[in-house]
Design a protein around this ligand. Sequence first.
Ligand code: CUV
Ligand code: SF4
Length: 633
Amino acid sequence: MAIKRNGCEGCTDITCVSTQQVLSQDVAKNVKTAYDRVKARGMSACLFGSSGTCCRNCNMGPCQIIDGVDDMLGICGATADTVAARNFARTVAAGSAAHTDHAREMVKGFIEAAKGEGLHQIKDVDKLKKLAADFGIVTEEREVKDIALELGEKALAEFGKQDDAPLSMLKRATPKRQALWQKLGIAPRGIDREVVEMMHRTHMGVDQEYHNLMLQASRTALSDGWGASMLSTELTDIMFGTPVPRRAIVDLGVLKLDQVNITVHGHEPLLAEALCIAAQDPEMLELAKKQGAKGINLAGVCCTGNEILMRRGIPVAGGFVQQEIVLATGAVEAMVVDVQCVMQSVAEVAKNFHTDIITTNYRAKMPGGIHIQFEEHEALNSAKQILTHAIKNFKKRGKCFIPKETKMDVVVGFSHETINTMLGGRFRASYRPLNDNIINGRIRGVAAIVGCDNFKLADDTHETIVRELLKNNILVLATGCAATSLGKAGLLNPEAARFCGDSLREVCETVGMPPVLHMGSCVDNSRILIAATEMVRQGGLGDDISDLPAIGTAPLWMSEKAVAIGQYFVASGAQVVFQNLPISGAKNFNKYLTEGLMGEVGAHWNIASEPLEIARIMIEKIEAKRDALGINK
Ligand code: CUV
Ligand code: SF4
């Protein structure tokens, strides 16, 4: 049920119980949040911007284009289709760039670990060897650290590669998909290069043909999915351990009254891992005691939260839309942030309390924030410095409110390796049992629900969609803030099997797994690519991802990264359903994205705004694939 918050007549309806509770307390009465700003805006969004036909790519403009009206072309003659395609492509480039820069940091951290410098080690040697093999590295009779060092250097070289050979990890795709990418000329070559070429081709007066622009948009997105993101996930697993199922808790109730609460918000797990290690340091615990706290309570926000949740079982306090609410409790000593999805308003919210916003990455500073640079080569020291600062704030904590009842048990940690062994057993690890259950119809298909949350639609949108999918016996994979919100809704634990249709419930109960599998952060969507490819390889479900009864959605997408992810799913053959893409003002381009791409890559974008409509499309598409496979009896 939606409520209005205290003293704020016009606020957006909020359905999230913990958010409601915090915002209706006295402690939060002066806090302004995005919910307030959405309401206060008072004007609707610019029509040209929303429909994709505003161009600012040169100083003859800005030009606002109206499709089909001769006098409303760009000054340069650019049509609505060209402008919308360029804008869309730039969104993909920006999203890919974010994952790429994140991945680069992980590779550099990995190289330090390989050299035995810094805080981290090589934890998953099996996985190291598998990845090394993809890079053509000899692994027999070699020291782990030599393999790791060579892998790290070769991985780093993928970013700046200038020859035209495809990225090393594309080999992991099905043979059919690799051949298709070659035929279309969209197999990515260098990770950085694809973003640069995309920016070049969308510069004024370069590529003015939307099909051709989209080829490069696909190549850019693929360099993210099968390049940057996959590298990041794999190397992070090798360093910090491949996730295995574990119990944890999510939601604002994970904050603790008698401990120093430090929230970690952002994306790169190097920082978060270092903080986790430093928070166990006796020196830090001693300092916390001296300040009168019983301990140090780390909690995650957004994707960094998902990273440490998956690998360490550290609780997650909230997703993207709750970042301000976490602070509005007044119970947080510091919010430590690095890059991506950090709203500038957190510094303003923090001003109401003793809370400090600590920025840690030179790329991302904020007025009102305190900057303590996190140095990977002295990670422990940096982490301790950050913690010390936070701990010293504990004494300054004033009135606060932690909604006690709102925390939810979850089971997380479903890497694609875990799914393998969970279904096939440790000695017969395989996706075959999953395929068999799909073929016999007990599981109708697989849906990935990924990406952000957003103030535009109700914050129970993910839940509404997923409940509908489960009722229809569709297994759900989740990442990112979508996964967090499903966790809060109680759908990430095995008991949630009761919400499934009979046959899916039976499968979940037999295996003891939740019907929604938390696969990690946004970069971990690359795990879904691998899992889908593995399903194809096991046989019985066609010979490419585009044959699988599988579909993805990012219903509450907010970040440009989500569009990059959507595009690499589509270019890999998986359909996606998004809510309101900014392409409606360009007729042909719109039709191409939502229909035409099918003829080229075997998948296309779908757009729907209502949660149940999104679910309906997903179910229909899955059933259509089953029909095509001839497994619908
Ligand atoms: Ni990277 S991109 S709001 S944290 S999922 Fe969350 Fe995920 Fe979107 Fe950001
Ligand atoms: Fe206008 Fe063309 Fe310049 Fe864009 S590139 S702002 S459409 S003149």
